[in-house]
Design a binder for this molecule. Structure first.
Ligand code: FAD
Length: 460
């Protein structure tokens, strides 16, 4: 297949919705992993029929297709290579239905997560999954990565809210899996298989999401500690005593200062860690739980701030959400790894990760979802410094080994993408590896759908 002839075919099929200009190709070849790929064209789908046509042509002409939402992947999951065509789904962004009786929403994949959250709140409903990127990422991307986020400790992750999917297979065949039933055990659970499959099995064109009642009250507080593991001890204490917050976010000494700087707050020199706690429920229950939480935290926290109004609440979360980007204010480069461990291992794992960084002359900044023991461990380095990229790579491999040895995972929510596929392959063992490869072959025998992601390139 020659590139010009296949682009001509795309133009005939999609007209102005095919882009081949340098800016579009460059944008579609990037994501938040900091790496770049390459592609021949971008097709901006307007409806499912466009997806069907593209996937039919891809099979006939044997070109690779990379589905793309908003491109906020932190793992290179959306990076194309060679002559691939990027299928941009961001314009398929209609909220099709919010059904207050069935308590479900039907959406197209390009809807921004925050837009759905706001839309359902007007109906007194909550869509709980809340990745820190909610204002810039799409629900299609969330489904394909099984996004987690800030409320997972109480409400679970995207997987727990996907009831049904409408999808297109390579070749153009459309199928539906699941639906609006809250319980459904009819056969293998293909819906769950597709959630987290990172665009390697099928393209999602419609999503049915479970909603829950909007809790009428919430309370947010920020506790500061004078020790590095004060935040983890506090998180343990709360959970062990029956407090079940909807968010339980820890920040180390560097991360908390970035969050504070983002909202213009000065932090005392002595503060070493912080815990952001958010409770929700009926007003009286939240009030009671807030009192208990404060009683437990007061004795060993240096300061305890309660967000008394909507402005204070928004400020705390604005600071927290700013950390990821702000890391680059203090380091020329970072490698963010979303490592997970069983909750009881959290503090010890972080100490071990810091030790690995120190031994290799690489900075370590840790923040994230302490409640579900899924931490964003940022390795800070200067790529221009001799040997730094190699030392970084050693650190990352040792970090993976460290969490795996603790029964943990190399990714709690960002997924495998390009970046972690070798680490995944090494950790799978022969049976899981064989099963995963076989699943990929059943859905995509020619290995044309987002090839080289999750599993190494040669998987077909
Ligand atoms: C500042 C920041 C904070 C973040 N915080 C979190 C967090 O708290 N929790 C978390 O889980 N993640 C987080 N992320 C990672 C990222 O936002 C999520 O992985 C998100 O789900 C990706 O959505 P997207 O629309 O950008 O998808 P993309 O990056 O465009 O794509 C991601 C993957 O989904 C596939 N895909 C996209 N749409 C479809 C579709 N319709 N059909 C099939 N496959 C598709 C792509 O091929 C790719 O494999 C964060 C990222 C940033 C930049």
């Amino acid at each position: 297949m020659s590139a010009p002839s296949f682009i001509e075919t795309l133009r005939n099929a999609f007209g102005d919705c095919v882009c081949t200009d340098a800016v579009s190709l460059r944008t579609a070849s990037s994501d938040w992993s900091g790496r770049y790929g390459s592609c021949s064209a971008v097709v901006r789908a307007r409806c499912e029929a466009d997806v069907v046509t593209l996937l039919r042509l891809a099979q006939e002409m044997r070109f690779a297709v990379v589905p793309r939402g908003a491109g906020t992947s932190a793992t290179g999951a959306v990076l194309p290579s060679g002559h691939a065509v990027v299928l941009d789904l961001s314009a398929m962004n209609r909220i099709l239905d919010i059904d207050t009786r069935d308590m479900v929403a039907e959406v197209e994949p390009g809807v921004l997560t925050q837009r759905l959250q706001q839309a359902v709140e007007e109906h007194n409903l909550l869509y709980p999954p809340d990745p820190a990127s909610s204002d810039i990422c799409t629900l299609g991307g969330n489904v394909a990565t099984c996004a987690g986020g800030l409320r997972a400790v109480k409400y679970g992750v995207t997987r727990d809210y996907v009831l049904g999917l409408r999808c297109v297979l390579l070749g153009g065949e459309v199928f539906e899996t699941g639906g609006r039933n809250l319980k459904d055990v009819s056969g293998y659970d293909i819906t769950r298989l597709l959630v987290g499959s990172e665009g390697t099995l099928a393209v999602v064109t419609r999503i049915t999401l479970k909603l829950v009642p909007l809790p009428p009250a919430r309370s947010t507080m920020l506790a500061s500690f004078l020790t590095d593991d004060g935040a983890f001890q506090a998180a343990d204490l709360l959970l062990a005593n029956g407090v079940w917050p909807r968010a339980l976010e820890s920040m180390d000494a560097q991360a908390l200062r970035l969050a504070a700087a983002a909202v213009g707050e000065d932090v005392e020199e002595a503060v070493r860690s912080r815990l952001l706690v958010e409770l929700d429920g009926e007003a009286h229950a939240v009030h009671e739980e807030q009192t208990r939480t404060m009683t437990m935290l007061q004795p060993f926290s240096a300061t305890l701030t309660l967000a008394n109004d909507a402005g204070a609440h928004a400020r705390l979360w604005r600071g927290r959400r700013a950390i990821s980007s702000a890391v680059l204010n203090i380091s020329p480069a970072k490698r963010s790894e979303d490592l997970g461990v069983p909750r009881g291992q959290l503090a010890a794992a972080v100490t071990e990760l810091r030790g690995i960084g120190e031994a290799h002359g690489i900075g370590v900044l840790v923040y994230g979802h302490a409640g579900d023991a899924n931490l964003h461990c940022n390795f800070l380095y200067d790529p221009a410094q001799a040997g730094a990229p190699e030392r970084l790579e050693q650190c990352v491999q040792l970090a993976y080994a460290a969490v795996l040895a603790r029964g943990g995972t190399i990714t709690g929510e960002h997924g495998v993408g390009l970046r972690k596929r070798e680490a995944l392959a090494a950790s799978l063992g022969p049976v899981r590896s064989r099963l995963m490869r076989a699943i990929k072959r059943v859905f995509d025998p020619d290995n044309l759908l987002n090839p080289g992601k999750v599993l190494p390139e040669d998987c077909a």
